[in-house]
Design a protein around this ligand. Structure first.
Ligand code: PEP
Ligand code: MN
Length: 363
């Protein structure tokens, strides 16, 4: 993928309200954050989950954004979901565009947008799809790049989850990390507002994003958040935005200090040794799993017994508490271990069936 770098600082900050509501609301908010913000955001076409919610002010919001641009000198950014939106934004000289989570999920929409953008040199931000499907996120970036868009960035806004969680959208930090691994040249902006769904959590999520070395933040900011027409719970005041940005700790990714380097190396060596031990223990565990499989095979016992699995989960969760570990993490770890244990046993059973068939055929 050929990418032109257009983000030159960390953290690159995009801020502004979830939705444009009036010209005055946009101008007031923009003036209060213009010193710290690189880009001003506001949605004018709002993809709402349910009908009868506020669906954005539409086209007239484009003129308000033009005014923000003129009065504050900020770059302006809005969400597009159709080729018509693209056309209108280009005409109104909107500086940058973003594709929302509900659009990234659909390759047809993304392709149409990509085609509408052919031959245009404008930065495009692609939000992750609603569900944790990395392929769709990568696919959308590739489609745009193929259409000639070189100023590309990703926005990590968290993922829908059925599980109970403190977040509106589960951050699943492993997803942006995987994206970074596969497309290292693409900058990643974290959107703590849509991850949190709650203004009290914005600071902490922003800090985590910086600690994971993401490139920037997109934070919904409104001059009167409690009365916002959309996402009222997660928007913050301009004053709070200043405070969060002031408090953000930017840690270095590398160090030139030899003493620190040696210390870091020591820690990493300890971790490497422990990780090797874990793999060794898992290998011992696998040997016992194989013995059990042969035993079950001989005695015609089924591989999977639900009571035993519940028992494992219960005891491991208790172990987690005893050792001061996160119960959910330990449960997830053993789900994975158990999944492979079942696979190992299935293979052994299948081989037994295979042998039986073979004997039948031969004799
Ligand atoms: C938004 O940024 O206001 C928005 C609708 O975001 P998402 O597509 O992440 O839900
Ligand atoms: Mn929003």
């Amino acid at each position: 993928m050929k990418i032109d770098k257009f983000i030159h600082k960390k953290p690159y900050l995009i801020a502004g309200p979830c939705s444009a509501e009036s010209e005055q609301q946009l101008l007031e908010t923009a003036h209060l954050i213009k010193e710290i913000t690189d880009v001003f955001r506001a949605g004018i076409w709002k993809p709402r989950t349910k009908p009868n919610s506020f669906e954005g002010v539409g086209e007239k919001g484009l003129q308000w954004l033009q005014k923000v641009k003129k009065e504050t000198g900020l770059k302006v950014l809005t969400e597009i979901a159709t080729p018509q939106h693209v056309e209108k934004c280009l005409k109104a000289e909107i500086d940058m565009l973003w594709i929302g989570a509900r659009t990234t999920v659909n390759p047809f929409y993304v392709q149409e947008i990509a085609e509408a953008l052919k031959g245009v040199d404008i930065p495009v931000f692609v939000k992750n799809p609603i569900h944790p499907e990395l392929g769709l996120w990568l696919g959308a970036l590739e489609r745009l790049n193929k259409a000639g868009i070189k100023q590309l960035a990703a926005i990590h806004r968290g993922f829908f989850s059925y599980e109970d969680s403190a977040f509106r959208n589960d951050p699943k930090w492993e997803m942006p990390i995987k994206l970074r691994e596969l497309l290292p040249q693409i900058p990643i902006i974290c959107d703590p507002s849509h991850i949190a769904g709650d203004r009290e959590m914005i600071a902490e999520i922003s800090q985590t994003a910086m600690d994971l070395n993401l490139n920037g933040l997109m934070i919904e900011t409104h001059q009167n958040p409690k009365n916002a027409w959309s996402d009222a719970k997660q928007q913050i005041t301009p004053k709070k935005l200043h405070q969060i940005m002031d408090d953000l700790v930017l840690r270095k990714t590398k160090t030139d200090d030899d003493f620190l380097k040696i210390k870091l190396k020591e820690f990493r060596e300890k971790i490497d040794i422990l990780d090797r031990k874990i793999v060794n223990i898992l290998s011992d565990r696998k040997k016992i799993v194989e013995e059990i499989a042969f035993f079950k095979r001989q005695n015609k016992i089924t591989i999977f017994q639900i009571e035993r699995w519940f028992e494992i989960l219960k005891f491991r969760k208790k172990d987690a508490v005893d050792f001061g570990m996160n119960e959910k993490m330990i449960a997830e770890f053993f789900e994975l271990v158990h999944k492979y244990s079942i696979l190992t046993q299935t293979k052994i059973m299948r081989n037994a069936n295979g042998e039986k068939l073979e004997n039948k055929r031969n004799g």
